[in-house]
Design a protein around this ligand. Sequence first.
Ligand SMILES: [Zn+2]
Length: 182
Amino acid sequence: MRSETTTTSKKDRLKKLAGRLQLDEQGTLTLDGERTMVIPASVLTTIRAVGEAILGHGVSGIQYLAGEFWGRSVGRTLRTKGVGRDVKEVLRILGDQSFLRGFGRLEIGSLDEETGLAVWRIYNSPFTEGPVIEEAHHCYFLAGFGAGILSVLTGNEVICREKRCKAEDAPYCEFSTELTPY
Ligand SMILES: [Zn+2]
């Protein structure tokens, strides 16, 4: 019975997501007005793997900074809409969006809304699939995103590390934030 309810809920959510999509005559797909593409996760992981082959570990920093940039941008947008004052509510929305957009299921382990210190887990991160690369932890983009959005929402600069990664056989990817040392 419960699984039927869950399946119905997922179908309803997918219908709502479809209602937010627009497609024009030029093949431009938008979600809530933002240009969007439906691509296999392997496109991202292949770009990461090729970047690592060319740049070595430096590509991890690029992914982290790109994620941080995006996280800050999302945080500022939510602030502008008046949503960002309640950090827990923002994380609930992010968890919902992460699930719907295929980034995996978000679970918050702990959160200090004043400092931005937090622990969270992503189940089934798309960044853990695709070609094998040298470094064990793969999800620098997600780590950067978490640091960026929490820094904006709390006004307290934090950095984020991925402590466990599904790519190294953990059941989930686990992230935690620390205050910046500078
Ligand atoms: Zn990971």
